[in-house]
Design a protein around this ligand. Structure first.
Ligand SMILES: C[S@@+](CC[C@H](N)C(=O)[O-])C[C@H]1O[C@@H](n2cnc3c(N)ncnc32)[C@H](O)[C@@H]1O
Length: 249
């Protein structure tokens, strides 16, 4: 899986993507993150990549020419089949909101190109004629698309085979599993008078699984009840949820 990031601030990368699990995934060649400085595709002596808005108004707008040329340059380096399949994603607070389902969908692509906006945003012609997808990471406004692209790359990379130790871990994560995950504990068993629940140290695997499932259901009911409508629930799950006051929609 190859990520191509187009930005006016290339030194922001790899940032956290260079550490830990994703840093190792890059070293092992499971993913690659190529960063392109959009300013390298400007044609004047000052490297002008942004300009005033037509019609007046606050903030500078990123010019279309360097963005089109940098995307075209990235795509030109790909094999023809990969070029056709590549997704060009504009980071934007106006886009469809990113979630785990979209991450799973994008993880099927070999090449993902991220355009990071900055200042007041990018020229509208980029959105209309260059991108295949416009994506927001949530209903808030960042100063630039770099952190948003990093959040997406991190999430999608975890789904690439071999990046996280076992796919089992990924499938049991909150959201991915359809529920919020149960509480996690590690050693010591007792810390400042706070004890790990005895059941987790009992060695009774079936009872541990039941405890975890119930904690997961309770957490989801308390924090994200809407998720339960789409979750795959057994009769036993429903019985437990009803005992907690859940009324199925
Ligand atoms: C200050 S924002 C521009 C917002 C723009 N004026 C608007 O109202 O839609 C600058 C850049 O940050 C990025 N950005 C800001 N918030 C974002 C979000 N929630 N998700 C993804 N990208 C975001 C986009 O690339 C955007 O072009």
């Amino acid at each position: 899986m190859r990520f191509h990031v187009l930005t006016l601030f290339p030194h922001s990368f790899p940032g956290p993507l260079g550490d830990s699990i994703l840093g190792m995934a890059c070293q092992r060649g499971l993913i690659s993150i190529q960063v392109t400085d959009v300013r390298d595709y400007t044609h004047d002596a000052h490297g002008t990549a942004d300009d005033y808005q037509f019609g007046g108004g606050p903030g500078m707008v990123m010019k279309p020419e360097p963005i089109f040329e940098s995307v075209e340059s990235v795509l030109a380096d790909l094999a023809p089949a990969d070029r056709t399949e590549a997704q060009v994603i504009l980071m934007s607070p106006q886009g469809e909101v990113f979630n785990q389902r979209m991450a799973q969908d994008l993880a099927r692509s070999t090449d993902l190109v991220f355009i990071c906006g900055h200042y007041a945003g990018v020229d509208e012609r980029v959105r209309q004629h260059l991108v295949t997808r416009e994506v927001s990471i949530g209903d808030f406004v960042l100063t630039g698309g770099e952190l948003a692209a990093m959040a997406m790359i991190d999430t999608i990379s975890r789904l690439a085979p071999g990046v996280v130790g076992s796919m089992h871990n990924v499938e049991h994560d909150s959201i991915s599993s359809g529920l919020l995950q149960h509480p996690l504990y590690t050693r010591p068993a007792k810390f400042r008078n706070m004890e790990v629940p005895a059941i987790l140290r009992s060695g009774h695997h079936a009872q541990i699984e039941q405890w975890r499932r119930r904690e997961s259901l309770q957490r989801t009911l308390e924090r994200r009840p809407g998720m339960l409508d789409a979750a795959q629930l057994t009769g036993e799950d429903l019985e437990y949820l009803r005992s907690l006051g859940y009324n199925q929609a």
